[in-house]
Design a protein around this ligand. Structure first.
Ligand SMILES: O=C(O)[C@@H](CO)OP(=O)(O)O
Length: 229
């Protein structure tokens, strides 16, 4: 089996401003670009040759992939983009300040939605102009499958589905695959790969711009994983 490198995008401008982002297409902050550059240098130092790269449809993950590949001298690597790797859709919370939302809804509900597995934020209404079906970037996606607010369980279904559809076949061929994605889409994927019970997912935080490597045996069982440095 091949190897899997997972990286959360570098710090975004809304991470910096403490605003719920979800599918809002916010770019990297200057610090986020530095984090991605550093991740690329780490991959170069570890002499890892990436065979294929995947990123979400959101520019903070795409730019992170580009900066990483540039800084490990592997810009030629085929890169595929898919909405199923996007951040969890944060529904009506997108664009809201995280501290103000906490005050508005109370600690219990806030953390159940933000870090629990089953609770969704309030969904966007079908005519809300922020709904992804109105975004030309998703014009080739069936509007019926586009989310308007997701629990981590919802995100997990589409991320894991894409993992089996597009990533596993490459790992089976022995390839080294890099995925550049998001805090919650990666929590969902890591939760699946590492077999973390849904109750414990709340404690899993994925830092920005830090590459982690996952190695599997021939039966696709995880053998070990660690942070690259
Ligand atoms: O705003 C978001 O989309 C995410 C990650 O940046 O928020 P959280 O901190 O809840 O994972």
């Amino acid at each position: 089996m091949g190897k899997l490198i997972l990286i959360r995008h570098g710090q975004s401008l809304w991470n910096l401003e403490n605003i719920f982002t979800g599918w809002t297409n916010i770019d990297l902050s200057p610090q986020g670009k530095e984090e991605a550059k550093n991740a690329g240098e780490i991959i170069k130092r570890n002499k890892i040759n990436i065979d294929i790269c995947f990123a979400s449809y959101l520019k903070r993950a795409i730019r992170t992939a580009w900066i990483v590949l540039d800084n490990c001298e592997q810009m030629h690597v085929d890169t595929y983009y898919h909405w199923k790797l996007n951040e969890r859709h944060y529904g009506d919370w997108q664009g809201k300040n995280k501290d103000e939302t906490l005050k508005e809804v109370g600690e219990k509900k806030y953390w159940a939605i933000r870090r629990g597995y089953y609770e969704s934020p309030p969904k966007l209404g079908p005519n809300n102009k922020l709904h992804p079906k109105f975004d030309p970037n998703y014009k080739n996606v069936d509007p019926a499958v586009l989310p308007s607010g997701e629990s981590l369980e919802d995100s997990s279904k589409r991320v894991v589905n894409y993992y089996f559809e597009a990533i596993v076949p490459n790992l089976v061929q022995g390839k080294t695959v890099m995925i550049s994605a998001h805090g919650n889409s990666l929590r969902a994927l890591i939760g699946y790969i590492c077999n973390i019970p849904s109750i414990d997912i709340a404690g899993l935080e994925v830092p920005t711009g830090v590459p982690h490597i996952y190695e599997f045996d021939g039966n696709q069982n995880l053998m070990e994983h660690h942070k690259l440095e």
